[in-house]
Design a protein around this ligand. Sequence first.
Ligand SMILES: CC(C)(COP(=O)(O)OP(=O)(O)OC[C@H]1O[C@@H](n2cnc3c(N)ncnc32)[C@H](O)[C@@H]1OP(=O)(O)O)[C@@H](O)C(=O)NCCC(=O)NCCS
Length: 212
Amino acid sequence: MTHRVKSPTLTMGELQLIPFTLHHAQQRASWEKYGAREPLLAHIDLNFQSFTEIESWFDHKSTENMFWWAIIHQERLVGEVVIRALNDREMTGRLGIHFSPEERSKGYGSLVLSKLLAWFFTDSEYQVLQLDVAALNTWAINLYEKVGFRYQYCFWSGHDPRGGIEPFTDQSFSHLKNYFRRHQGKSEVLFLEMSIDKQQYLKYHRHMSEQG
Ligand SMILES: CC(C)(COP(=O)(O)OP(=O)(O)OC[C@H]1O[C@@H](n2cnc3c(N)ncnc32)[C@H](O)[C@@H]1OP(=O)(O)O)[C@@H](O)C(=O)NCCC(=O)NCCS
C-alpha cells in the first residue's frame, strides 16, 4: 500500500523525518508502553500481538490522505508525526505528534515542529495547520504555543476509555476533574482547538529571529 501523498525527507541535526514504513510500524509496536505509567496517554500505545495486526494497522492508516513521517535518531524510531486530513481546496491539514515515552523532554518536539512548520509554510502550498489537544495536556500545549500555534476554541469530546481511568471516582485524578464531564450518560474530556496560518507563521518566525 502506498501513501496518497509523498512525505519529504527533512533533516535537523541528528534527527531525521523520513516517510513512515511498515518497518517503522514494527518498531513503534515494540515501544515501551505509556499505559502503565500515564494512563491518560494509553491511546498512543499499539498493543498488537502479531505481525499481521501491525500490518493491517499500517495498511489501514496508509490509505489516509496525509503526510506521515518516522522521527529517526541514530537509526532508531523515536517518534511519529503526521499531517492528516489534508484539504487541497482549503489548503489545510491537521497535526499529530508523539514520541516514545523515554524520548520525551529532549528537545526533539521543538526541533521537529520548527522544521516541519518551516517546510509546511514555505515549501508546500498549504496555508493553515490545525490541531486539537486535550486541555489537560499542558506539556503538549506548551510546545504548540512555543512554535506559534494559537488557541481557537474548546470543545468536549468522548473520553478515550483505553487508559481505564474513572475520572469521577478515582481520587488520583481529582485534581483534573474540571477537564471531565458527564454528558448524556458518557464521560467527556475537554479539548482545545489550536491553529497557525501562513501569515501568522511568517510574522511569528520573523519576531522570534529578531529576538535571537
Ligand atoms: C508533547 C510532546 C510531543 C513534546 O515533545 P518533547 O520532545 O517532549 O518536547 P520538548 O522537549 O521539545 O519540549 C517542548 C516544551 O514542552 C514543555 N516540556 C518539556 N519537558 C516537559 C516536562 N517534563 N513537563 C512538562 N512540560 C515539559 C516545555 O514547555 C518545553 O519547552 P521549553 O524547553 O522551551 O521549556 C512529547 O512529550 C510527547 O510525545 N508526548 C506524548 C504524546 C502527546 O502528548 N502528544 C501530543 C498529543 S496532541
